[in-house]
Design a binder for this molecule. Structure first.
Ligand code: HEC
Ligand code: HEC
Length: 664
């Protein structure tokens, strides 16, 4: 009771100190203004690149009529949904948003000495400060202290949705082989001698590679299935229910196991499956953990937090991604206020429900759809390099292409219920030799406003997504002295832009990281070292062509007319070269100011918008936040503000609540 009272006082203070009108610009990083605005009232950015909208928690709703809530955004204004998701990724959160709270404290999972944690908390205010190259784009970047004093390098999230879809499909294909009786899990003895092999492309197709994830049985009798450590396993009883404390097939009551394929992250510590603590295998869960550990922002997200059948599976996200129990967040919404917002405030910084379920939908949407890296490999030198890459056998780990199967969700056999490609657009980016630049082509993947969920073959991915031992040069000693020996085959798409290399960022050049390969890649590395100088140059040139790019700046055919115009007209204004700026594609397209005179009397092109509120939907019911408290006005309590401080314990949310915008 005592903590409840303390907490309610904190909450009251937080709400009372929230500015009533206009917001306090000292607290907020956004710059909605244009040259006509008073910069004290409306900070400006004439490049148009800063975040323009004040922070307001997004509302999760499956009803398309709830204007401004998530289904509305996904179906009727997807580019706005994408851009708002992107804002969550690039925004520098401020104190009033609840950033930090426990800075410098130890965080994350505990290593095997049972004490040392893998990282420190709350060190940056934005995802974009690590995922930084290119800036504002889910790029690669900083190396940080994590797991080990040797460091962990930040990978890019270009094409993140494709990776997530590959991971889920790998799981289905493994279950197809192993769950012979189709009871939803792998019974002890059911598939003991079956090899866990999947292919990237249909068997027989050129480039189809058999990827061996080990065996479903426990031949070495250590109590764990002999699967590659990219598989995370949990143990179940006869009804398929997860036994939370079980760590082995030999534990009491264990009748089998279930699994997920964790394609994200460089690698997971303990090889094998000795009850290792999972990392998270979905974009959404990864994001929930990142927000909490790096920024001190806790999401209250029923999609991640509920495990309705106690079988290891959380809910399927609104965007169709199955979540797992290990993606749970710290804010479980145990106590809710009258609006339905969580009052838990796990980091006790006085800001409640720092991220809503709707926010998580939006940032998942951004990463799901984030364009793939470019392939600029059309010069003779690069093509020679690509051929060498194949002939050196690098491609047996760095597997080139992956097919996402078409939607087959109606199949009676659950292992064949492929969700299809869940994205709403794809961009292919290649090098145009005539203009000598990277150029994109936007392809919409929707049918009647929803993702068409067709098949999609992602080219030039270059990973088998399993863990390999590359020898001692790659072993990483964790804080507690234990060694991580195997790593996920790094997908090489984008690699031309992501130095430094390796999980630890210890190799400053491509040449160094390839020379460092040993262990399972000993012979390939040796062959690389024996190449002639000119062949090595060709191979490295090829890798450099697998590049990232700034999505805002990329010249891109967005209107599908087969060309890129120098004067792309949007809302009556010449925006310059046709490019992939989501603002151009909003339902109400952003209107730029155009030519203005700056304080030096110089004429400049202003890309600030003159219609921020309309373009960004700031007046839509579930985005409108005139009192600037960070919660949509539509969900505020009409009574006196003090009523908000009443803590009312509410039982866990109703299932049917997912059908409407009501927050609980
Ligand atoms: C302090 C630096 C830092 C910040 C801030 C950060 N990340 Fe990361 N991110 C990393 C590192 C390092 C990894 C690799 C982790 C590992 O394998 O141990 C990573 C990996 C990822 C991955 C997996 C990519 C892949 O292909 O393996 C995703 C997705 C991701 N981050 C999303 C986010 C999101 C979303 C945010 C903001 C909420 C965020 N990150 C903030 C450093 C950071
Ligand atoms: C046995 C499997 C295997 C083979 C064969 C292999 N690699 Fe790798 N490669 C990996 C793994 C695993 C990593 C990730 C290492 C880490 O996480 O530190 C990697 C990392 C890389 C990286 C660094 C990527 C990054 O983002 O940091 C490059 C570049 C690379 N490999 C190129 C090659 C080339 C070129 C060849 C052929 C000469 C090759 N690899 C052969 C498994 C392999």
């Amino acid at each position: 009771m005592k903590t409840l009272i303390n907490r309610s006082i904190l909450v009251a203070l937080a709400l009372l100190s929230t500015p009533a009108f206009g917001g306090d610009i000292n607290w907020s990083p956004e710059r909605p203004g244009n040259s006509a605005d008073d910069p004290i009232e409306r900070p400006k950015d004439l490049t148009g690149r800063s975040i323009k909208c004040p922070r307001v928690r997004a509302v999760h709703s499956t009803n398309v009529d709830d204007s401004g809530a998530t289904e509305y955004l996904f179906k009727t204004d997807p580019w706005l949904g994408y851009q708002r998701g992107r804002e969550l990724f690039v925004r520098e959160f401020s104190k009033s948003d609840g950033v930090f709270g426990e800075p410098g404290q130890m965080a994350g999972r505990v290593l095997e000495d049972q004490v040392s944690k893998i990282m420190t908390r709350d060190h940056v205010a934005s995802c974009a400060l690590c995922h930084n190259v290119p800036f504002r784009d889910g790029g690669a970047g900083a190396t940080m202290f994590k797991n080990s004093g040797q460091g962990r390098n930040t990978p890019h999230v270009f094409g993140g949705g494709v990776l997530e879809m590959i991971g889920w499909q790998m799981r289905l294909k493994l279950m197809e082989k192993a769950d012979v009786n189709r009871n939803g899990y792998i019974d002890i003895g059911e598939a003991d001698t079956v090899r866990a092999v999947v292919t990237n492309l249909p068997a027989g197709e050129e480039g189809s590679t058999a990827i061996d994830l080990g065996s479903f049985g426990d031949a070495d009798k250590d109590g764990k299935p002999d699967l590659n450590s990219v598989c995370f396993v949990w143990y179940v009883d006869a009804n398929g229910k997860r036994i939370p404390w079980a760590r082995s097939l030999k534990d009491e009551g264990v009748k089998g196991y279930n699994l997920e394929v964790q394609v994200f992250g460089w690698g997971h510590g303990r090889a094998g499956l000795a009850g290792r603590i999972p990392i998270t295998s979905t974009l959404r869960a990864f994001t929930g953990q990142a927000f909490d550990n790096h920024q001190g922002l806790q999401a209250c997200d029923p999609t991640l937090n509920e495990e309705p059948d106690s079988n290891g599976f959380a809910l399927v996200s609104q965007l169709g991604a199955q979540q797992f129990y290990n993606g749970r967040t710290r804010d479980r919404g145990q106590t809710k206020d009258a609006r339905g917002f969580s009052m838990d405030d796990p980091d006790r910084d006085g800001v409640v429900e720092e991220l809503s379920e709707g926010d998580m939908d939006l940032i998942e949407f951004y990463q799901l759809n984030h364009p793939r890296p470019a392939t600029a490999i059309n010069t003779p030198l690069k093509q020679k390099g690509q051929a060498l890459f194949k002939s050196l056998n690098c491609a047996h780990c760095h597997v080139q292409d992956w097919k996402i199967e078409a939607n087959n969700s109606g199949d009676a056999d659950y292992t064949k219920q492929y969700p299809g490609d869940r994205r709403f657009f794809d961009v292919s980016v290649t090098h145009n030799p005539t203009t000598n630049r990277l150029e994109g082509r936007l392809e919409r993947l929707t049918k009647n406003g929803s993702p068409a969920r067709n098949a999609f073959t992602a080219r030039q991915v270059y990973s088998d997504f399993i863990h390999h031992d590359l020898g001692p040069e790659f072993y990483q000693m964790q804080f507690d002295g234990t060694l991580i020996k195997s790593w996920r085959t790094a997908p090489l798409w984008g690699v031309g832009s992501t130095a430094p290399y390796g999980h630890d960022g210890a190799s400053l050049s491509l040449d160094e990281v390839i020379r460092r390969h040993g262990g399972e890649a000993e012979s390939e590395s040796k062959a690389y070292k024996q190449l002639s100088e000119s062949d090595r140059v060709a191979l490295l040139e090829f890798l450099r062509g697998l590049a990232l790019y700034s999505t805002d700046d990329l010249p891109c055919d967005v209107d599908g007319d087969g060309k890129i115009t120098e004067h792309f007209m949007v809302a009556g204004k010449d925006t310059g070269i046709e490019r992939l700026n989501p603002e151009w594609l909003f339902k109400v397209p952003g209107q730029i100011e155009g030519e203005v005179t700056n304080p030096h009397g110089v004429k400049v092109q202003s890309n600030a918008l003159t219609n921020v509120s309309d373009a960004y939907g700031c007046n839509l019911k579930y985005l409108k936040d005139d009192d600037r408290d960070g919660f949509p006005d539509a969900l505020s309590i009409p009574a006196k503000p003090v009523a908000r401080t009443v803590l009312k314990p509410v039982s866990t949310r109703k299932k049917t609540g997912r059908q409407s915008a009501s927050h609980s």
